[in-house]
Design a protein around this ligand. Structure first.
Ligand code: FE2
Length: 355
């Protein structure tokens, strides 16, 4: 059993989610934030019935959470005297929970004010508990959250606190569809790799990224061949957590910079868009130059090749479309974290070398 205690976050493994949440709750009212799928499967009502104290439910979180949705949800619960915020789900659910928990101290009145004035959210004085179920974004350990605004076609990154407690229950991930599992794990793999070839790399982020890759590269092939393998699912959960911890220090880099316009223009899922170039980037500069241990690099290339990402990508877009696209650009906020200076021309070369 892996375990870790960081300040101020406690991470624990569980086989009994009700008991594990109950142990972590403070006395008082709880807000449970989740998505419809957990309500449909009956887990939401089980939590409402079996957890101590009144439990309020927000179960309408969807992917790419919108600013106005979070604003309205916060308005619904701000006067309820919430002591615990429990979130159960993937990165979007956890991001919404981190923002609402950060709003509850009441120092800022609206979420819009927070994003427009780029304010950091206040630490929640109650208890925030995350039960991540997709093993990808690492939202359970990062101190930032992403919200979207369809009206202005913008995405906002909000500085907030990470949850106080993280609980891994691999049993909750067993029913995840193959593609959701794959794309989430690819996102986590990209986070680990991007934190290694990063100008902000530290000895701590390096150690976290290596642990992430050891878990992810071993767990992913096993989960894909046996989705009910709890131990391998647990490896993915830890892998995503270690990778999230690494990018919490370094932020992401050039593979993420390449991914954003692709997701925006061709709807390529994030985890796929930020991972299909990893092999070409690695081969272009070489593992040693990128300060990636040789054995990890070999294992990474082997796993990525076996996943046939070119076939996954071709479901969404043709390669020439990407490099001929006039709107293709590199987000400098991310590409400048890469350890070598790069430009759009270089990025197109990498995309062409990726199939
Ligand atoms: Fe990512």
């Amino acid at each position: 059993m892996q375990s870790v205690k960081t300040q101020p976050q406690v991470v624990k493994e569980s086989t009994d989610i009700i008991a594990s949440i109950s142990e972590a709750l403070l006395p008082g009212e709880t807000l449970l934030i989740t998505s419809q799928s957990f309500t449909t499967s009956g887990i939401t009502s089980q939590l409402v019935e079996e957890l101590n104290g009144p439990v309020h439910v927000l179960d309408t979180v969807t992917s790419h959470p919108q600013l106005d949705f979070v604003e309205a949800s916060y308005g619904q619960f701000r006067e309820r005297g919430i002591t615990n915020v429990v979130c159960l789900g993937g990165g979007s659910v956890i991001d919404v929970a981190k923002v609402i928990a950060g709003m509850l101290p009441g120092t800022t009145k609206t979420v819009t004010e927070v994003v427009k004035e780029k304010k950091a959210l206040t630490a929640f004085s109650g208890r925030s508990i995350a039960i991540p179920t997709t093993s990808g974004t690492g939202a359970e350990v990062t101190a930032f959250a992403t919200l979207w605004d369809k009206k202005s076609a913008r995405k906002y990154s909000i500085t907030c606190s990470k949850p106080d407690v993280v609980i891994f229950e691999p049993g909750l991930c067993l029913s995840l569809p193959r593609q959701t599992t794959l794309y989430a794990a690819l996102d986590a793999i990209s986070h680990a790799v991007e934190s290694l070839w990063n100008v902000n790399r530290t000895p701590e982020s390096e150690e976290l990224a290596i642990k992430a890759l050891q878990n992810l590269l071993s767990g992913l092939p096993e989960v894909l061949s046996d989705p009910n393998n709890r131990d391998a699912r647990k490896q993915l959960q830890w892998g995503a957590w270690f990778a999230g911890s690494a990018i919490n220090i370094t932020k992401t880099a050039v593979a993420h910079a390449i991914s954003y316009p692709l997701t925006l223009h061709y709807n390529i899922p994030h985890g796929l868009a930020c991972s299909f170039t990893l092999r070409a980037i690695l081969e272009d500069s070489g593992a040693a130059q990128l300060k990636i241990p040789e054995d990890i690099a070999d294992n990474l290339i082997n796993v990525l090749e076996n996943l046939s990402l070119k076939d996954e990508m071709r479901r969404f877009v043709g390669w020439r479309n990407i490099v001929d696209d006039e709107n293709f650009y590199l987000d400098p906020a991310r590409s400048e974290n890469f350890i070598f200076p790069v430009d759009t021309r270089w990025a197109k070369k990498i995309v062409l070398a990726s199939p």
